[in-house]
Write a protein that binds this ligand. Structure first.
Ligand code: GTP
Ligand code: MG
Length: 277
C-alpha cells in the first residue's frame, strides 16, 4: 500500500500570534496587541512556504507551483464535462494520509464508487480514503449556505480537515437568482459566502476548492470571450483560477504571470497526466 505525504512546503500556523524582537518600550498591554495584529514582512515571507496539496496530475501541480495551495481559495471553472468534478474527486483521493476533507455536493455528482476506483488504480487503501471524506449534499441555496457555515465551523474545531471542496458554488444561485432583478441579491449572497470560505481557509491553513460554470461575455452584442460566472466576487476571493476545457488546463489568475496551458487525461486514475493515459 502506498502512503502519500504533502507534496511540497512545510506546515504553517496561520492565525497564530507572531513573536517579534521589539524592545522599544511601551506597555505590556500595547505590546501584546501589537504582537497579535502585526507581523514582520520576514515572517510573512516564511508563511509563503505553504502546504500544497497534490492534484493527481503532475503537470497541473507544476502549473500551481506544487499543487493546490492551503490557506486560500482555488476557483476551477469550465464547461460541462470539462473535468471539474473529476478533479475534486481526485483531490480527495490524493489528500495525504491522516487528513480529512469536506465535500459539499450541490449537483448530485459525488460518486463514492468513483473515489474507490481512483484510489485502487493509484494503489491506495480505498476503505481508509472513503472514511475520511465527509460528504454533504445541498439541494438549494439555503442548504448550500447552511452547509458552508457548518463546514466552516467544523474546520475551526477539527485541525485534521485540510481540504474543503464546493462542487459547484454557483449551481443554485444560477437557478434561484436568475434574471437581472435578482443579480444584486445573488452577488451579495455569493460575496458573503466566498468571504466566509476565504476567512476559514486563511485562519486554518485549509485548501478551499470551488467549482464554477462559465458563460460568454458580450461586447457590442458579439459574444467573444469565455468568463466564469459570479464576476468580480469570484475573482477577488480566489488566489488561483483554473480554466478547464478540451482536456487542457490554464491558470488564468494566479500570483505569477500567465503560463502555457497543460494537457491532462481523465481515466481510472481520475484527473491525471497524459503520460498515465
Ligand atoms: P459539469 O458538472 O457537468 O459542469 O461537468 P464537469 O466539468 O464536472 O465534468 P466531470 O468532471 O463530471 O466529467 C468530465 C469527464 O470525465 C466526462 O466527460 C467523462 O468523460 C469523464 N468521466 C466522468 N466520470 C468518469 C468515470 O467514472 N470514469 C472515467 N474513466 N471517466 C469519467
Ligand atoms: Mg461536475
Amino acid at each position: 500500500m502506498i502512503s502519500h505525504d504533502f507534496g511540497a512546503g512545510t506546515d504553517v500556523n496561520y492565525g497564530k500570534t507572531y513573536e517579534t524582537n521589539d524592545d522599544t518600550g511601551g506597555s505590556e498591554y500595547n505590546k501584546s496587541i501589537d504582537n497579535t495584529i502585526f507581523s514582520t514582512a520576514a515572517t510573512e515571507l516564511q508563511i509563503q512556504n505553504v502546504v500544497r496539496l497534490p492534484t493527481g496530475c503532475k503537470s497541473l501541480d507544476n502549473l500551481l507551483d506544487g499543487g493546490i495551495e492551503a490557506g486560500v481559495i482555488t476557483h476551477v471553472y469550465g464547461p460541462p464535462g470539462s473535468g471539474k468534478t473529476q478533479l475534486c474527486h481526485t483531490l480527495c483521493v490524493m489528500l495525504p494520509t491522516d487528513y480529512r476533507v469536506i465535500y459539499i455536493d450541490t449537483e448530485g455528482s459525488f460518486r463514492p464508487e468513483r473515489i474507490k476506483e481512483i484510489a485502487n488504480a493509484r494503489g491506495f487503501d480505498s476503505k481508509q480514503i472513503l472514511q475520511r471524506i465527509l460528504v454533504t449534499k445541498a439541494l438549494d441555496i439555503k442548504q448550500l449556505e447552511s452547509r458552508i457555515e457548518a463546514a466552516c465551523s467544523k474546520i475551526d474545531s477539527d485541525s485534521k480537515i485540510k481540504l474543503l471542496t464546493v462542487d459547484s458554488i454557483i449551481y443554485h444561485y444560477r437557478a434561484e437568482c436568475a434574471g437581472r432583478s435578482k443579480l444584486p441579491e445573488k452577488i451579495q449572497r455569493l460575496n458573503k459566502y466566498m468571504h466566509l470560505l476565504l476567512k476559514t481557509a486563511s485562519s486554518n491553513a485549509v485548501a478551499v476548492v470551488v467549482t464554477n460554470h462559465q458563460t460568454q461575455s458580450s461586447v457590442d452584442g458579439t459574444y467573444n470571450r469565455v468568463v466564469p460566472l459570479g464576476g468580480n466576487v469570484m475573482s477577488y476571493a480566489s488566489k488561483y483560477r483554473i480554466h478547464l476545457d478540451y482536456r487542457r488546463a490554464r491558470l488564468d489568475l494566479g500570483p505569477r504571470p500567465p503560463q502555457d496551458d497543460i494537457s491532462f487525461a481523465i481515466n481510472e486514475r481520475g484527473f491525471t497526466d497524459i503520460a498515465d493515459d
